[in-house]
Design a protein around this ligand. Structure first.
Ligand code: GDP
Length: 424
């Protein structure tokens, strides 16, 4: 019995979906505690290939109960589309294996619209939003200006609440952005259509999880994005609008009394970053394109080419500290097999000085990467299933990262498939 969080250490897209899919083997519950449909956890298993956006990655395991906690941005329309798409591939999804917290706030259609309007206003100063409405949603949540999933059970109160919100939101849509107002009929018919669909899944997940913890069940908390995108500790303002850290899992999951026994931090064997913002170790040109192609680094949600570079030890060490990781899963080691020598961003140079401390966000733009190299292994490692089967230079690379980030690397992933990993 244990409570385990699987969280990203870097900028997201580290391969968390693939690790959670693997680790759900031992889980009774898999819980998403923050974020919304703006990311894509890629999972490849016997049902096919999936980019999960909001559904927890435990959805493929027949005995796992999946929970969307109160901390998520619950977009009923997108969730429904995703449920239908995953069901179409033969995966069973019902209120038996998917529960939604009655305290989860609803992401409403105007959140998506406002995201697009604000990105258009920002033009070349945009933050690189995925336009899923996440930032407007969280702003409204903390202003107490959205609806809770549990209100679907109180139609009269819901109607009045929705009317009040609409009156306020239309002021912003029309007055600030010059957009069309939303009518009550539009909002109400959307709420009736998608609200009714998700209603059977909505329940008191606090009680559910409290009882599960008391009964000694294994709870696995699944984070979205990574440490450097955390609203408070990341590269603000190029962060997401929620807390991606493991320490938020108890609050966002609906189990404020959760004890966290283990945090498995997911690190990619090189760096990738989607969207705008400082990215010290970034590569450009041909070497970037080669790595991007080798790793298939195109956004799971947007298809956007990801920015790439060597592993960034300074950022990764900081990410490990922020997550309080107890062990690491290193993914995509196989992608580096083509390289003659493996680059490592070992330190930063800031104002002429070498530093190992991750700086304040505003200073990141002035940092230069200090790159060191290790010999490559130049052979396919995707069939390796034990530590001894890895070439010596690959083992040395893993050991180097482990020593420099100060956390045990327990899993080494060498392919996207469920069994393509090495346990140390
Ligand atoms: P997540 O959001 O953190 O789950 O990451 P993404 O799903 O965006 O990106 C991970 C991508 O890498 C997916 O396409 C996975 O199938 C793939 N992947 C994960 N682990 C490995 C690995 O060890 N090797 C290879 N070659 N691909 C991997």
């Amino acid at each position: 019995m244990s409570n385990c969080v699987v969280a990203g250490i870097n900028w997201g897209d580290e391969g968390k979906g693939r690790m959670v899919d693997l680790l759900t083997r031992d889980a009774d519950f898999v819980i998403r505690y923050q974020g919304g449909g703006n990311a894509g956890h890629t999972v490849i298993n016997e049902f096919g290939k999936f980019a999960l956006h909001l559904l927890p990655s435990g959805i493929f395991r027949p005995n796992v109960i999946n929970v969307l906690g109160n901390g998520v941005a619950l977009d009923p329309e997108n969730l429904w589309t995703e449920i239908e798409a995953v069901r179409a591939k033969g995966v069973r999804i019902s209120p038996d294996n998917l529960r939604i917290s009655d305290r989860a706030s609803l992401l409403l259609p105007w959140h998506r619209e406002l995201d697009g309007l604000e990105e258009a206003r920002l033009a070349d100063k945009k933050y690189g939003s995925t336009k899923q409405g996440i930032a407007p949603f969280y702003s409204d949540k903390y202003q107490k200006k959205t609806l809770l999933a549990g209100e679907l059970f109180y139609p009269e109160e819901l109607k009045q609440h929705a009317k009040d919100l609409l009156e306020w939101k239309d002021l912003t849509l029309t007055g600030v952005y010059g957009a069309e107002p939303v009518t009550f009929d539009e909002l109400w018919s959307w709420l009736c259509e998608y609200g009714e669909r998700i209603k059977p899944f909505v329940c008191d997940t606090e009680k559910l999880l409290r009882e599960a913890q008391n009964a000694g069940k294994n709870l696995l908390f699944e984070a979205q994005l990574g440490s450097l995108r955390d609203l408070d500790y990341g590269i603000y303002p190029y962060t997401t609008s929620s807390n991606t850290l493991a320490s938020y899992a108890p609050v966002g999951s609906g189990l404020p009394s959760a004890r966290i026994d283990e945090v498995i931090g997911v690190v990619k064997a090189y760096s990738t970053c989607v969207g705008e913002g400082p990215f010290v170790c970034e590569w450009f040109g041909e070497e970037a394109e080669t790595l991007r192609k080798a790793g298939g680094e195109y956004g799971a949600k947007t298809g956007r080419p990801r920015r790439v570079g060597p592993i960034d030890i300074v950022a990764t060490r900081y990410g490990v500290l922020c997550q309080n990781a107890t062990s690491i899963a290193l993914t995509k080691l196989d992608v580096l097999s083509y390289m003659d020598r493996i680059p490592i961003c070992a330190h930063y140079e800031l104002d002429g000085k070498i530093t190992d401390e991750f700086p304040f966000p505003a200073a990141l733009g002035s940092c230069r990467p200090v790159v060191e190299y290790m010999d490559g292994w130049k052979q396919d490692i995707s069939a390796a299933r034990s530590w001894d089967e890895l070439p010596e230079n690959a083992r040395r690379y893993v050991e180097y990262i482990e020593a420099s980030i100060g956390c045990r690397i327990r899993y080494v992933s060498v392919g996207p498939e469920r069994d393509a990993y090495i346990m140390r």
